[in-house]
Design a protein around this ligand. Structure first.
Ligand SMILES: *Cc1c(COP(=O)(O)O)cnc(C)c1O
Length: 457
């Protein structure tokens, strides 16, 4: 056996490098840094160099420092809000990132038809798998869901009326307001019904020869309870189709129907159900319940999707190859029924018992702080999916509640935010609360370490 082969065999494993680095960055970042450092070393060995373990660890550490110094850097989300728009919505898995890296580090068939040897369609590859998973006739991907709604309305009903229930004139995250998006599209907003009750007759009265579409919007981030009435998608579809109009359903969250759906998801309409209920177009985000990259996805009737595709706005809101690669990987995980491994679903589906065990283990690992007068408790908590999905639906969770001696809770909060990596928690009842459902279990040691340093420094 050649000496090179021996040296290659003695390279440390990714886990070993991560272990030697010690908890200093989110686990996913450390694994990636370790893998790259080992890969680089492999090249050096093949070039005849000697490389020892320490050099590899130092290299991995360098790579981590680079990302820590970047203005945009990883943060630990201890808020219990799983889809946190301010913290970048959902993390991506290694598989999703590898798909991005493969396409982004090379030329690709982004807009090239390999078979025919000529210009191709940017959206075709993603459309194919989107249709396969959702059962839709056609699909299109744009920058985000706001853009999906905007371009759909612009292409299908600019200069015409779009009928919508007053109960669905929603605002999401400050920048996205349905009435503003409708105005920007050139469509005329025709509100029907009232905030809490809208009936089929309200829509019937509003539809005229000036109408371009009927719009249904999922009230993603709030619920109207009490004396309420809404018109079902099926009834709306029948009405719209009777007048030769399309029904556009803005779903927002992008839940896909799967074989075993958790009961707590019952408040969300899956994409396939919205289509089966008669919507001609369904729009949703890529980075909410779908668990993928930021994107706006439009699925539905081919003739309508083709009209949208030809609209000049498309060029302004088009997606890049990295998004398309991550989205294809995301959809593939639904096709192969491995989507539960997507970071969002791993967090969302973690059992309450596992979270309790972690909370207790963390509490015990911080026992040395009790002597200093710190109060560290494992407490039951409520997490939420967030990001405009399942309003009012709580996910039972566990958290660490911390009170430090001689340190105001706001100071403890600031210390955790200002360290590296920053930890974003929430303050409740004069205690700092770190919800474990939004924290990668492999980051628990790092979190404990940061808490200890924040209190003892
Ligand atoms: C989230 C959401 C949007 C906005 O989607 P982005 O991807 O953030 O642009 C629009 N409509 C509904 C119903 C939503 O839930």
């Amino acid at each position: 056996m050649s000496p090179d082969r021996d040296k290659l065999r003695s390279l440390p494993s990714v886990e070993r490098v991560v272990q030697l680095l010690g908890p200093r960055a989110p686990h996913r970042s450390m694994v990636r840094a370790a893998r790259r450092a080992i890969d680089k070393t492999r090249g050096l060995i093949l070039d005849g160099n000697d490389v020892d373990e320490n050099t590899i660890v130092a290299q991995a550490g360098e790579l981590l420092s680079l990302s820590e110094r970047a203005r945009l850097h990883p943060v630990i989300n201890a808020t219990g809000v799983l889809i946190h728009t301010n913290l970048g919505r959902v993390p991506l898995s290694d598989d999703q990132l590898d798909a991005v890296a493969a396409v982004a580090s090379n030329f690709s068939n982004l807009e090239y038809d390999i078979e025919r040897g000529r210009r191709g369609d940017r959206y075709e590859n993603a459309a194919e798998i989107l249709c396969e998973v959702t059962g839709a006739e056609a699909a299109l991907v744009v920058n985000n869901n706001a853009a999906a709604v905007l371009v759909s309305l612009a292409a299908l009903s600019a200069g015409r009326d779009v009928v919508i229930s007053r109960g669905e004139l929603i605002e999401i995250g400050g920048e996205f307001r349905i009435p503003d998006v409708m105005n920007a599209s050139g469509a005329r907003l025709v509100e029907v019904g009232t905030t809490n009750r809208t009936h089929l007759a309200d829509y019937q009265k509003a539809v005229s020869s000036d109408t371009g579409a009927v719009l249904k919007v999922h009230p993603s981030n709030y619920r109207v309870v009490g004396f309420t009435a809404t018109v079902s998608s099926r009834e709306l579809a029948t009405l719209a189709h009777g007048h030769g109009l399309p029904l556009i359903h803005d779903l927002g969250s992008g839940l896909l129907a799967t074989d075993e759906q958790e009961a707590w998801l019952s408040g969300e309409v899956p994409v396939q159900v919205a289509l089966a209920d008669g919507a001609d177009l369904v729009t949703f985000s890529g980075d909410k319940l779908l668990g993928g990259p930021q994107a706006g996805i439009i699925v539905g009737r081919r003739e309508l999707v083709d009209r949208i595709k030809r609209h000049p706005l498309m060029r302004a809101i088009r997606v890049d190859k990295m998004t398309l690669a991550a989205l294809e990987s995301t959809m593939a995980s639904y096709l192969t029924d491995t989507y539960r491994k997507l970071p969002f679903w791993t967090m969302a589906l973690a059992s309450s018992e596992d979270l309790a065990t972690r909370a207790e283990a963390l509490r015990r690992s911080l026992a040395d702080l009790f002597e200093r007068g710190a109060k560290v408790e494992a407490i039951a908590s409520d997490a939420v999916t967030g990001g405009g999905s399942l309003p009012g639906q709580r996910l039972s969770s566990w958290a660490l509640s911390i009170q430090a001696p001689d340190l105001a809770v706001s100071d403890l909060d600031r210390r955790l935010r200002h360290g590296s990596p920053p930890i974003v928690a929430r303050i409740s009842d004069d205690r700092l609360v770190l919800d474990l459902r939004s924290i990668d279990p492999r980051d628990d040691d790092l979190v404990a370490d940061r808490i200890r340093r924040a209190i003892t420094s």
